[in-house]
Design a protein around this ligand. Sequence first.
Ligand SMILES: [Zn+2]
Length: 392
Amino acid sequence: MKLGAHPLQQLRPVRPETGQGPVVSQAASARHTHAKAIDSLSLQPAALDQVKDCRAAWQRSLLARVADTDLSPAVEELFAHHLSTDFYGVRTDGMRRLEIEGPGGKLDVQLAPNRNKVPLAEIKDGENKECALCRPPFQEERGLSWRDYNVWPNAFPYVPTESRHVVITAARHVGQRFTPQLLGDMIDYQRHAGESTPVTMHYNGVAGNSQFHLHWQATRETLPLQRLLDRGELPTELLHSGDGGRVDSYDHGFFTGLLVRGDKGYVSRWATILIDQIDRDPLTRGAYNLLLLHPRDGQARLAIIPRRADDLKPPVGDFGKVGLGAFSLGGTIVVPRDQLPETFAEDLTAAAARTVVRPHELSWLTRVTRQPSNPMLLARTAQLATATTDDP
Ligand SMILES: [Zn+2]
């Protein structure tokens, strides 16, 4: 299971990848396997009632159901529980953080040498073919049930466990996708789970990801992209501003993309408009990554990184072809080795430059961001258009 685009990992998948088959047959077969997965456990899939005591719930259920307001302490309990059972084993041993110079600012490198020592035998690969995100392959794994999502500890975390790396999966087996409702939920997740310590969220979509099943990820990292932005060192170009927020582009060395800041409604609305174009643009064909940087002054901050559909896995030196994801393009690169190859910074920079589509290449960007987005303005424009047409 290559949970979330571990960018520089040469892991054999520990479970068969679900692939990107036709959506209809995927969903049909998934319903079947999902049912089987639950039957094969004596545990109930989820408690129906929201609980305060997750550990008691995990005695009987895979998932403890939690309310919005309990999300932050529940994530803490999730980690306390898995740390107490030594869930991560050696997979987080020997992690080290380095900084390298990239064009446009410093990049973080997370060395995670034991991420490549996945205990294949424990997972009984081949015995069950069900989706790894419908039911986690580790028997001892427990999760949270929140709204229409399940929250699991990432069994192969990019970062030390203090960063609380979790995977937020759709409770139903549906493919990677964007909807404004989903983004709104993730913005809410970030707010509730980040009550005591801010949370960064990321989504790889079809770029830098091997799992079909819809999932986002969350950590407590502060990405280099955000550090630049917070220090006022990321040059941005304003594309739209209106009630509730603004849209900018940025194109600064390693870092490039679109930045939507504002309240939940503004960010969801503008993300929908921009992603709709990215879905149709022949350069991107639906390939993009999303990052929810830490909220600031009560506003959500969404980075959208358009990706080149024909170059989603550029070569990175002797690592071979690598499916770079949102985390890497936000400036934190996870490397499953105990030291870096000498030319790593150059190789990585070249790879990133190949796989991103820079704002100036998006032929629709100026036209789309000039349109009025305020529903009142849209209504008025429509009225004006009608009035003009009807004019004798
Ligand atoms: Zn699934």
